[in-house]
Design a binder for this molecule. Structure first.
Ligand SMILES: Nc1ncnc2c1ncn2[C@@H]1O[C@H](COP(=O)(O)OP(=O)(O)O)[C@@H](O)[C@H]1O
Ligand SMILES: [Mg+2]
Length: 224
């Protein structure tokens, strides 16, 4: 197992959001997390992505317990192995599309990734937008820039939190297709979405119900 949560619980004050959740993801596979608004999807994604500490339980990466890692060690692991696409694209307004995609390279002190960044942007249909500033882009284009940024350093796991929210069905489907290509390139995908068509493409889909995860029948979603 590439990434594994074992008996995770999360409480905010007295509010129990996750209770004894165990969930794993294999290298190059896809996991979809669904559930009603406020059910704990983003919380679970953040715990798996080492952005948030659980109240109890362990997270293993490549079999190693990373729960006890310091903040520095966790952020190094995130930068080297994970990519994140949040609901809000969080682009830097003063930087061009290309420079926004290059931010992770700067943080990792890696040079000469301009050509690679431009290639990823081209794959995402943004070839003619490299010099644009974020305010000149549609919400769908901004999300695609965020996807490109998440992919720049070849992460082993991509975490995407409702990346197709507020997009028209055609653009939502396009981003969905793109994300589900990633497992074929040996990258794992953890996707939070309400979109049942996207859930049907996953190797595994779970729903958070009453603070626990239930498996969804992916086969039924595929046909339905
Ligand atoms: N930082 C926080 N402090 C307190 N409560 C929080 C915090 N983050 C999330 N919650 C609560 O935890 C629950 C789950 O939130 P979240 O994981 O964002 O749900 P979802 O992504 O499924 O909409 C919600 O009731 C939310 O209000
Ligand atoms: Mg959420």
């Amino acid at each position: 197992m590439l990434l594994e949560a074992i008996n995770i619980s999360k409480q905010y004050g007295n509010e129990v959001v996750l209770k004894d959740v165990s969930l794993g993801i294999e290298q190059g596979s896809s996991l979809v997390i669904t559930g009603p608004s406020g059910s704990g999807k983003s919380t679970l994604l953040s715990i798996l992505g080492l952005l948030l500490q659980p109240t109890a339980g362990e997270v293993l990466f490549k079999g190693r317990d990373v729960s006890g890692f310091s903040d520095d060690e966790r952020s190094r692991l995130r930068n080297s192995s994970f990519g994140f696409v949040f609901q809000s694209p969080q682009l830097i307004g003063s930087l061009s599309v290309l420079d926004n995609v290059l931010v992770p390279a700067q943080l990792a002190r890696k040079r000469s990734l301009e050509t690679k960044a431009a290639t990823i942007l081209k794959d995402l249909g943004l070839k003619n937008r490299l010099d644009y500033l974020p305010y000149q882009l549609s919400i769908g284009q901004k999300r695609r820039v965020a996807v490109a940024r998440a992919l720049l350093l070849d992460p082993m796991v991509i975490f995407a939190d409702e990346p197709t929210n507020d997009l028209d069905p055609e653009r939502a489907a396009w981003i969905g297709e793109f994300l589900f290509e990633l497992p074929r390139q040996e990258r794992a995908l953890v996707l939070v979405t309400h979109d049942t068509r996207l859930a049907g493409k996953a190797d595994r889909a779970v729903q958070i119900v009453d603070s626990r995860v239930l498996d969804l029948p992916v086969g039924a979603l595929k046909t339905g």
